[in-house]
Design a binder for this molecule. Structure first.
Ligand code: URA
Length: 244
């Protein structure tokens, strides 16, 4: 049975891509320094179709925002695939049974501001009980280094599964900084979700946090000299909020 979906990735990048409709292998669940956690490309046709629309430069702000909302719901479906469930006793109209439920409150969506906020509402529609944390980072335009200006997480992080939301995994500097800070709160698990990723960003995040699985809808060709993903979709924050 084919377990891996192949993608074109530069040889320098360690990148295992799991076909999303198959369970993760035990090896993927326990990454080592030489085998980082997997990168899952969510290649569902609905996700790919919506991303194609979003990439187009003449799309209106309202359409971009609506599509991001829709795509984040679809991605949430894959990202939460391995979520723990517990059995509860319920009564159907015919008899009692034990049936699985997820503990949504144990999930915390960690928004990397500001573009990550555009990803949040769709995720919350799928997991309404989730808590939300925020990390405020900006990219120094010259050095491209991430600078933190805000950090707020819910309590009892040691009981929670954290899902970090940032639509663009570009240099990976913000992602690394966000996960660095998040790890100080000791969540049970951490996953990283981006819409579009650059190979450089994936390599950077995997180098610093090999234990964090990455979920993305696309791995694009490269970064340009300004740190933008190409072909990409431009500045996600500007396109969500109409600030260009
Ligand atoms: N941030 C964005 O919004 N877009 C990019 O291409 C890179 C970083």
């Amino acid at each position: 049975m084919a377990r891996w979906l192949r993608i074109d990735a530069p040889p320098s990048m360690t990148c295992e891509v799991i076909k999303p409709d198959l369970p993760a292998t035990p090896a993927a669940k326990t990454p080592t320094m030489s085998t980082p956690a997997p990168v899952t490309v969510i290649d569902h046709p609905l996700v790919q179709h919506k991303l194609t629309l979003m990439r187009q430069k003449d799309l209106s702000t309202s359409s971009f925002r609506r599509l991001l909302h829709e795509i984040s719901m679809l991605m949430a479906y894959e990202v939460t695939r391995n979520m723990a469930t517990t059995l509860i006793d319920i009564e159907t109209p015919l008899e009692t049974m034990r049936s699985p439920v997820i503990e949504g409150r144990k999930t915390v969506f960690v928004v990397v501001m500001r573009a990550g906020a555009g990803f949040l509402d769709g995720m919350l529609e799928v997991v309404p009980g989730a808590r939300v944390g925020h990390v405020g980072l900006y990219r120094d335009p010259k050095s491209l280094v991430a600078v933190e200006y805000y950090f707020k997480m819910p309590g009892e992080m040691h009981e929670r599964d954290a899902i970090v939301l940032d639509p663009m995994l570009a240099t990976g500097n913000s992602a690394v900084a966000a996960v660095d800070r998040l790890k100080e709160t000791r969540p049970k698990t951490i996953r990283f979700v981006s819409l579009v990723s650059a190979p450089e960003g994936i390599a950077n995040l995997q180098k610093h946090h090999p234990d964090v699985p990455i979920y993305t809808a696309a791995i694009d060709r490269e970064l340009n000299d300004h740190g933008y993903i190409v072909p990409g979709l431009g500045d996600a924050g500007d396109r969500i909020y109409g600030t260009k």
